[in-house]
Design a protein around this ligand. Structure first.
Ligand code: F6R
Length: 609
């Protein structure tokens, strides 16, 4: 994780470094720092905590250099103190790093043996010392970096500046993303296009193993074997990267309320709205009729999207689906069948475990399809087929609109596969597409009822632990609801299949623990209501999210009720029920005064294992 940036500008760059770091803060916010060359000398300013602490420091410790690098950190090695904050320096070089240097202990001992003294507990500092060793031995900055890269194990994106070298910025990438941007005012390095969007009008991505030597008037890309290579430069449209909160208090609220629009946009990309049928923007690179199995792998919220989709792929396309969290998947060493399809799901497209799952699938001859929000990401670039979610940039660290757009893409995919495999008739396809097209409007209506969530949220905010229950697609949604609540409010929460309650968790029931039941009017409603009554019979603290008919059927005393319209039913109801589930977690956190957009210890793009 962590965000890195580098600039060779025409004037002072500290302000632009901060501006770029603001756009990268979603990647980590434990500490931040910048370094610039002041009359050729390296000067660093660093601060623990959020970027605003660094900004405050820079108001008094002013920097005027025209070459600079910056970093926002998600701590892996060493506490988020100022001395562990990047940039890290040694003699004539200063570096920022995103990723993990796995062999840093050996390297550190070796360097200490040669008299190097370390000022931080980080893995990253060894990189600066290795380069400075090379420089001392007479190597050029380029050669010193190239030699250093060969000694590093692990994942990294790096940016270097060198004392006395006002027109030199070197970047390197292995495992973590890095892009070069060119603009009117300079040349830039950044962890993603979002960081560079305000400054650059064209951009190129480093490939795996690449390193790049940037000067204001030239750029030279090298591959892992140090050969000079060309990398495709493409236009960057700043407009597509607007990241403003508008009238909302938090990015998360804005992103929750954007959902009807972005789900609609995503559906329009995959459906022929006039004809009311599915029309994918890509051809399958395989014969759907011959598919033997679908495997899905992802992390966190994206994994829950996959779990919901399993119901759809099984039901509409009669495909058997294996699904696992990406950090476990490859370590099971699962056998993968001939004619198997691997679907990976990722908002960022950079999640290290998901990328590794994709690579595992490729090594095992699977067809690969990635559902991603960032179409320039590594996962997108390495997949046979890219199925984009058109959610736009998601800034709130907790995923909301990316999740529902992932569901929208999955739904279209399941219907397309169902048709192509001869499971669904044209008529059935049209009926299901009509239900899908109704979801953005239904979601808008549910969002309009936000006010009913607030009293329920105040109640849940008093709890220290909670349970979410659901059946069918509402089961993974229950897990997603629990994840949202715990990451935003730090209240312990678990999502359970409602039928599993009596196999253990029912022992937890008491009035202090809210049990939030998701009860859309589907085939399993009756059974969900029975489970609800089991909680009521034990004096549980029940909160129901469902239609009035479920409330009537429950005939139990409720501590809270969130009404969802009766017509939100059918196979895609989970997509709409996501709205009250997200709003509940959001309002609990707001009520408790938590940092909704940047919850503690988290980062949005998880590029370490
Ligand atoms: C939770 C959340 C995370 C991500 C997970 C995967 O709100 O956002 O659980 O879903 O880290 O990230 P991506 O989708 O970028 O691969």
């Amino acid at each position: 994780m962590c965000g890195i940036v580098g600039i060779l500008g025409k004037g002072p760059v500290a302000g632009d470094l901060i501006e770029a770091l603001k756009r990268l803060e979603y990647r980590g916010y434990d500490s931040a720092g910048v370094a610039t060359l002041e009359n050729g000398r390296i000067v660093r300013v660093r601060a623990s905590g959020k970027l605003k602490n660094l900004e405050e420091k820079l108001a008094t410790e002013k920097l005027s250099g025209a070459a600079g690098i910056g970093h926002t950190r998600w701590a892996t090695h060493g506490k988020p103190t100022e001395s562990n904050a990047h940039p890290h320096a040694s003699d004539k070089v200063v570096v920022v790093h995103n990723g993990i240097i796995e062999n840093f202990r050996e390297l550190r001992e070796e360097l200490q043996g040669r008299g190097h003294r370390f000022a931080s507990e980080t893995d990253s500092e060894v990189v600066a010392h290795l380069v400075s060793d090379g420089l001392k031995a007479g190597a050029t900055p380029q050669d010193a970096v190239a030699a250093t890269l060969k000694r590093l194990k692990g994942a990294f994106a790096l940016a270097f500046l060198f004392e006395g070298e006002n027109d030199l910025l070197i970047g390197a990438r292995r495992g973590s993303p890095l892009a070069v941007g060119w603009g009117e005012e300079g040349v830039y390095l950044g962890s993603d296009a979002l960081a560079l969007a305000p400054f650059a009008n064209s951009i190129a991505y480093l490939d795996e193993g690449d390193w790049v030597v940037l000067r204001r008037e030239s750029s030279e890309f090298h591959n892992a074997d140090d050969a000079i290579v060309e990398r495709r430069r493409q236009p960057l449209q700043a407009g597509s990267f607007l990241v403003e909160k508008g009238n909302f208090r938090h990015f998360m609220a804005k992103e929750i309320f954007e959902q009807p629009e972005v789900i609609g946009r995503t559906l329009a990309h995959y459906l022929d709205l006039a004809e009311g049928v599915v029309r994918l923007p890509f051809d399958f690179s395989f014969d759907p009729a011959r598919l033997s199995r679908v495997t899905i792998s992802a992390c966190g919220t994206a994994f829950y999207a996959g779990l919901v989709a399993r119901y759809w792929l099984e039901r509409f396309a009669r495909l058997s689906v294996d699904i696992d969290i990406a950090s476990e998947f490859r370590y099971r060493d699962p056998p993968l069948p001939d004619d198997g399809l691997m679907i990976v799901v990722s908002q960022s497209g950079e999640t290290a475990d998901t990328l590794a799952a994709l690579r595992y699938a490729k090594q095992h001859n699977q067809h690969t399809l990635a559902i991603v929000n960032v179409d320039t990401s590594t996962i997108a670039r390495e997949s046979d087929i890219v199925a984009r979610t058109l959610a736009g940039p998601e800034i709130g660290v907790a995923s909301t609109k990316a999740f529902t757009c992932q569901l929208a893409v999955f739904a279209c995919l399941a219907l397309a596969l169902g048709r192509a495999r001869g499971v669904l008739t044209r008529e059935q396809e049209r009926e299901l597409v009509a239900e899908l097209i109704a979801t953005p409007g239904q979601m808008a209506e549910e969002l309009n009822r936000e006010a009913q969530i607030e009293p329920v949220a105040r109640d849940v905010a008093r709890a220290t632990s909670s349970l979410y229950l659901g059946r069918g697609p509402s089961f993974p949604l229950a897990m997603e609801g629990a994840l949202k609540l715990k990451e935003l409010s730090y209240i312990h929460a678990e999502g359970y299949a409602a039928g599993e309650l009596k196999h253990g968790p029912i022992a937890l029931i008491d009035y202090a623990m809210p049990v939030i039941v998701l009860a859309p009017p589907d085939a399993s409603l009756e059974k969900t209501v029975s489970n609800l009554q089991e909680v009521a019979a034990r004096g549980g603290h029940l909160i129901l999210i469902g239609p009035p008919s479920a409330r009537t059927a429950a005939a139990a005393e409720l501590a809270g009720y969130v009404e969802v319209a009766e017509n939100v039913s059918g196979p895609f109801a989970a997509l709409v029920y996501a709205a009250p589930v997200q709003l509940l977690a959001y309002h609990v956190a707001v009520f408790m005064g938590k940092d909704v957009d940047q919850p503690r210890n988290l980062a949005k793009s998880v590029t370490v294992e």
